[in-house]
Write a protein of this length. Structure first.
Length: 337
């Protein structure tokens, strides 16, 4: 299905607005946390509105009058007209409202509202957020730049020709994103980890609850999605993720993706974050009858390793805290990091 010029212009408005908003968040994050400032990327983003709106002349104003005072039409391409139609056209229908109300009265929830661990946690932006720094913002800038390209370069036509400056800036943005992706392996880690966690949860998650196997039930009930982001923390090795990814891919391709393999992989990915005895006891109970006793003993060893790694990590953290407190500079109200 084709897109009209009005639809393309509307799409460009919203994509640029999103990009500029992310740029503002990125500036604040860099300023507040002292991260390296991606100056070139910020510079390109700051040019977007001018490259887009700076092409319009004022001749139409003398003929048609101001877009801010003229009647708003559904095909409007002015900032005023688009903003007005956004609010007028964005309301939920009464039918949708009443459906949710009926389900709520019956004690049921619309399946659309089921918690999804991949929305903001185990998706790529969520995992990049776990890594800290400006990485999540930079990834989101790249995804929105693709939206810009979709609307801008949909056709080789007069609209694209008129927006040559904007097209160039989008290319500059994507080129700078490539540079930033290449400079830091955190993006590769987030991509691979997102694939691995989807393999753990399987294709039936999140909605087909009645068909969940023991592992997915445990992942959901024990909120293990918080633990699975461990590999995004500083110092964790991309090589470990890559090797596990290859192992899981081969198993999936050869149709040897077993419940045991997925459970082992979960314990390895969660590592020291998965260390609570009651969680592992719940997991054992769920797995009984689905894996062998030898398998359960093997899983117990992995869990014990996680507990030890957690204890060692806590000990190191406490020792580091004490060292900072004992520093002579701590008397001035701050510690040396």
């Amino acid at each position: 299905m084709g897109l009209s010029n009005e639809e393309r212009v509307s799409g460009l408005f919203y994509a640029i607005e999103a990009l500029v908003e992310i740029a503002d968040q990125l500036k604040e994050r860099v300023k507040d946390n002292g991260y390296k400032h991606p100056k070139k990327l910020i510079g390109y983003l700051d040019q977007l509105w001018h490259a887009f709106l700076g092409k319009s002349s004022n001749s139409a104003h003398w003929i048609m009058g101001s877009s801010a005072t003229n009647p708003v039409t559904w095909g409007s391409s002015s900032p005023w007209g688009l903003a007005i139609t956004y609010h007028c056209d964005g309301k939920l229908s009464e039918e949708e409202d009443s459906l949710d109300a009926i389900l709520e009265k019956q004690g049921k929830k619309n399946s659309k509202n089921k918690f999804d661990a991949f929305e903001g946690f185990l998706d790529i932006p969520g995992l990049l957020g776990r890594a800290g720094g400006p990485h999540r913002h930079i990834y989101n800038i790249f995804t929105w730049s693709e939206q810009l390209i979709y609307y801008l370069r949909r056709y080789e036509d007069e609209l694209l020709s008129d927006m040559g400056d904007l097209s160039k800036i989008v290319s500059d943005i994507q080129g700078e994103c490539f540079h930033l992706f290449k400079e830091n392996n955190v993006y590769a880690k987030a991509y691979i980890l997102s694939i691995l966690t989807k393999m753990l949860y399987g294709p039936l998650y999140p909605y087909q609850i009645e068909k969940w196997d023991p592992l997915v039930k445990h992942l959901d009930k024990a909120c293990v999605h918080h633990d699975l982001g461990r590999m995004m923390e500083p110092g964790e090795d991309l090589k470990i993720l890559a090797e596990l990814h290859v192992k899981m891919q081969h198993a999936e391709k050869d149709k040897k993706m077993t419940l045991m393999l997925r459970t082992e992989s979960m314990l390895e990915l969660a590592g020291r974050r998965y260390h609570y005895d009651h969680h592992f006891k719940e997991l054992q109970e769920l797995l009984k009858g689905s894996v062998t006793r030898d398998d359960l003993r093997k899983l117990k060893k992995l869990f014990e390793k996680n507990k030890k790694d957690h204890e060692d990590s806590e000990k190191t953290s406490q020792e580091g805290f004490q060292e900072r407190q004992d520093s002579p500079l701590s008397i001035y109200g701050y510690s040396v990091t």
